[in-house]
Design a protein around this ligand. Structure first.
Ligand code: RP5
Length: 164
């Protein structure tokens, strides 16, 4: 199976990416995770993106906060699908990173998930890889069913409380 490459602009983004890694592990998807910044280590970020396809990656996830150019900078150097996670910062609650990540010019797409959307970034990367992997697609189906069952359990508990 192709690997998922995860890049974060700072180790202060790690709590969001831990959710991404936990979700990938639960789906048995191999991944690598690195700290490379579009601004502080632009050469390493570029080299990682430019060599990602030959390194066996199938999807890249890039997470950054504030003036979050990382996902766009990664996408500029590969034609692998790139998923951007805007991370919340103290000043503008993540709106800064959301706009910096999502508003890409035509020609260089970034699939942007919600602010701090670490879980959905993992799930979207899994769905991309599952296009060509029926076993992974079956694991995604099973997860959807299990997640739906948890919601229905919560509804049953609420109905029991309200009707007691
Ligand atoms: C961004 O700046 C990083 O992705 C992080 O979200 C933010 C703050 O970084 P630190 O100052 O915490 O290293 O580039």
């Amino acid at each position: 199976m192709k690997k998922v490459g995860i890049v974060m602009g700072s180790d202060s983004d790690l709590p969001i990416l831990r959710k991404t890694m936990d979700t990938l592990r639960s789906l048995e998807i191999p991944f690598e995770c690195h700290v490379y910044s579009a601004h502080r280590t632009p050469e390493e970020a570029r080299d990682f993106a430019a060599s990602a396809r030959e390194q066996g990656f199938g999807v890249l996830i890039a997470a950054a906060g504030m003036a979050a150019h990382l996902a766009g900078a990664i996408a500029a150097n590969t034609t692998l699908p790139v998923i951007g996670i805007p991370c919340k910062s103290n000043c503008l609650d993540g709106i800064d990173a959301l706009l910096s990540t999502v508003m890409m010019p035509s020609g260089i797409p970034v699939a942007t998930v919600a602010i701090d959307g670490g879980v959905n970034a993992a799930l979207l990367s899994a769905q991309i890889l599952a296009v060509e992997d029926s076993a992974l697609a079956a694991r995604l189906d099973a997860k959807r069913k299990a997640d739906a069952a948890k919601v229905l359990q919560k509804d049953a508990a609420l109905q029991a409380e309200l009707n007691a």
